[in-house]
Design a protein around this ligand. Structure first.
Ligand code: ADP
Length: 297
């Protein structure tokens, strides 16, 4: 659009030449817009539980002062709102830490298998409580990566916790991972490959320029509701929540996938989603495997 172009035109006067500098401001405007949207969303999301809390405090001090029977119910709601707020703050902190550490924090040689087991051990209890069958499968052999351990753990946690959250009792969540001969193969492995499903690459992998390198892939599949096609391109945007979860019983911050996307970009990896309405979703990530001689940062 015209307004995104700014022209500096020197006054021609009697000069024979005119210099015109055209500068594309679209990325600058987009970044400024994203920042102000983010602040507006963050403030709104924090204010919502606060408003609920202060409303209940008022009620308990005022009209319901002597209605001790209702207090338990109010306190349970207040505890839920407090938990929602701390989750939101924890996610915001992670996101800002990840963004600001993009070029500084060191990466170490890690075994991907250990990352997955550290991330998933807490989920077996949650899955059992919900009546969901959590299955973990992997290729044999070492799966070395140069990675931020805590960040990669968070990727696994966010994807598995979403899969469990959107699963119903009796459903299954399958986490698979392994090694592929190249980034492109890893990307294929990370997808479920259902026939006639919707598929979207949320982050194209960068890898190392000019190398055909081995890569680690991981796929988290569920048998949940699936995600409508129109939402797919926006998954991974901060605070974006697809319609079926807005106003529904399933709570969340809309930051989990944004965090995954950032971390995978940070690891020169990729991130994709594949989904079929009524049948389930499969989230996949992949990143370069560590070379034998590759040092930590
Ligand atoms: P939230 O905290 O809302 O789960 P996320 O960033 O993790 O935030 O996810 C963004 C949105 O993507 C969710 O609100 C939900 O609509 C959709 N989503 C994520 N994972 C799944 C899944 N496994 N099944 C269905 N929908 C999902």
């Amino acid at each position: 659009p015209d307004e995104t172009w700014r022209a500096h035109v020197s006054r021609p006067g009697r000069a024979k030449r005119t210099l015109v500098v055209l500068e594309d401001l679209t990325p600058v405007r987009r970044a400024a817009r994203a920042r102000s949207d983010f602040l507006a969303n963050a403030s709104h999301e924090l204010r919502t539980p606060l408003t609920a809390l202060s409303g209940f405090i008022e009620t308990m001090r005022g009209p319901a002062k002597d209605d001790k029977d209702s207090w338990d119910r109010f306190l349970a709601i207040m505890a839920g709102e407090t938990e929602r707020m701390s989750r939101l703050i924890a996610d915001l902190l992670s996101l800002s830490r990840i963004e600001s550490s993009e070029h500084v924090s060191p990466r170490e040689r890690e075994e991907f298998r250990h990352i997955v087991s550290d991330a998933t051990h807490a989920f077996s209890a949650i899955a059992a409580e919900k009546g969901v069958n959590l299955v973990v499968k992997s290729d044999e052999g070492p799966l070395p990566v140069i990675a931020h351990r805590d960040e990669m753990i968070q990727v696994v946690e966010n994807l598995v916790s979403n899969a469990l959250k959107y699963s119903k009792a009796g459903g299954q969540v399958t986490l698979s991972f392994g090694m592929a001969p190249g980034m492109a193969d890893a990307r294929i492995k990370a997808a479920q490959s259902w026939a006639s499903s919707e598929r979207m690459t949320l982050l194209p992998a960068a890898g190392r320029p000019g190398t055909q390198e081995r890569a680690i892939w991981m796929r988290v599949e569920d048998q949940g509701p699936g995600i409508e096609r129109e939402h797919l391109p926006r998954l991974g945007e901060r605070f974006y929540r697809a319609d079926q979860s807005r106003g529904g019983k399933i709570t969340g911050t809309g930051l989990g996938l944004a965090i995954v996307k950032h971390i995978m970009a940070h690891h020169r990896g990729g991130f994709s989603v594949e989904t079929r309405i009524g049948e389930g979703s499969a989230f996949g990530v992949w990143l370069p495997a560590a070379r034998e001689d590759e040092p930590s940062d």
